[in-house]
Ligand binder design. Structure first.
Ligand code: ZN
Length: 431
């Protein structure tokens, strides 16, 4: 009975959150914050709203600890990406419950984890649970765009509200099967976003007589083709070693390309970015006139480095791939690239849940190709922050296709699993 109500409660909170349109931009996350405040205050929790501008509030709630344990933060974001109703088979803000799934924008990324965290907090508060250290719930704004209304702003302007030793966030929990083994993925590190510009030089001229000019666009095309074919040297990090150990054995670095090729395509697509820098040319700018041969061309490249890898090291690899030429390489920024250690008490708490829940399953770390708010926690407070929200009923391939896409939905079973997971982590770490 108790579990049935946990499930219904999580569904109800999630439906309410989906019906609050928090598409970012503009965000309007205060809608979600107020909704959560009403729900949590009913359960006896004190809530605080922190907002740089009134429409974009972050909600923080806390169960005070006895003072003899670590602080644990359940972190999630309330904003979503946009949705085009024409692409959907239901209204993206309906929160419809059909076929044992809750449908709507944010159902996976990540109002489900917001709802599960809120329900876990309310459950603990109603039970009168007294944790060893503080348990904090933060539902933050502006993760999807990142214009400093959310966690980055909180860490800087209200650090006492969110400072924590441990943090559970988004970014993992996929259940994959490789070589007959069942593995749950926990993201413990993230790659660094390190985009660069290639400035390619030539000489402009009339397009009717290409011989008198030196076409920078054509030169850029050769460089782009080289970047497209680039196979950066793979290297093993502690996370990837542990990942391969979970699959059976850790290969020699020389064997990595071979081992990678042997994996099934969806797993390979996920593992490949964990082994090296990745580069994708995405924007190009040259002449504005069809009859003018461009004397210069700019290629914008998305580039992600491994945690710990420097731009200097990456530049050597990139220049070795591009060779000599009339170009300059300019780094635009360096954001993220942080990691948390493995084998911590939080790791053990997650692992024990996986073992109890799914016989024979193991937990493996992964390096996320993308960026999450875990970065700000690691950077500001040295927090051990992992991405984990288990998913068992829906396949990770389907979930990956639905995130930021049409017909996003979550299986009610997975929503309940995630809620029980968060309760398990709090009770194990703070009991
Ligand atoms: Zn997200």
């Amino acid at each position: 009975m108790a579990q049935l109500s946990l499930r219904d409660e999580a569904v109800e909170v999630l439906q309410g959150l989906i019906r609050a349109d928090t598409v970012n931009p503009p965000g309007n996350e205060t809608l979600a914050a107020e909704l959560l405040r009403g729900y949590l205050e009913d359960a006896g929790l004190e809530c605080e709203l922190y907002a740089r501008i009134p429409e974009r509030a972050n909600l923080v709630a806390r169960i005070p600890g006895r003072g003899d344990g670590p602080t644990l933060l359940l972190l999630s974001h309330t904003d979503t990406v946009l949705a085009d109703p024409q692409e959907w088979s239901v209204d993206p803000w309906s929160g419809e419950l059909t076929d044992e799934h809750v449908w709507g924008r944010g159902a996976l990324d990540m109002k489900s984890q917001v709802a599960a965290s809120a329900v876990a907090m309310a459950t603990l508060a109603r039970e009168g649970f007294e944790p060893a250290g503080d348990v904090i719930f933060a539902a933050t704004a502006d993760e999807e765009v990142g214009e400093d209304f959310g966690l980055s702003w909180l860490c800087r302007e209200h650090p006492d509200a969110v400072r924590a030793d441990y943090c559970v966030n988004e970014g993992g929990g996929d259940r994959v099967q490789v070589n007959g083994r069942t593995i749950y993925l926990c993201s413990t590190a993230e790659k660094m976003s390190s985009p660069f510009l290639l400035h390619v030089h030539g000489r402009s001229g009339h397009a009717s007589m290409p011989g008198i000019a030196d076409n920078a666009l054509v030169k850029a095309a050769h460089l782009i083709a080289k970047l497209g074919a680039m196979r950066p040297k793979p290297r093993l990090l502690p996370e990837t070693e542990a990942f391969f150990r979970a699959l059976g054995e850790v290969p020699d670095p020389e064997e990595l390309p071979e081992r990678l090729a042997a994996l099934e395509p969806p797993i390979r697509a996920m593992v490949e970015p964990m082994l090296s820098l990745m580069v994708s040319p995405t924007i190009i700018e040259a002449s504005k006139r069809r009859n003018v041969i461009p004397g210069r061309c700019e290629v914008d490249c998305d580039c992600r480095l491994l945690p710990g890898q420097t731009q200097e090291e990456a530049e050597q690899e990139l220049r070795a791939c591009l060779g000599e030429g009339d170009y300059e390489l300019e780094w635009v920024e360096a954001v993220g690239g942080t990691s948390s250690p493995l084998g911590t008490p939080l790791w053990d708490a997650i692992e024990s849940f996986v073992r109890e829940e799914d016989e024979g399953a193991t937990l493996s770390p992964v390096v996320l190709a993308g960026f999450t708010d875990s970065h700000f926690m690691r950077e500001a407070f040295g927090t051990v922050s992992y991405g984990f929200f288990p998913m068992r009923t829906m396949s990770s391939e389907l979930a990956a296709r639905l995130i930021h896409s049409a017909d996003e939905r979550i299986a009610v079973q997975d929503l309940e699993l995630g809620t029980r997971f968060l309760l398990h982590v709090v009770r194990t770490l703070e009991g």
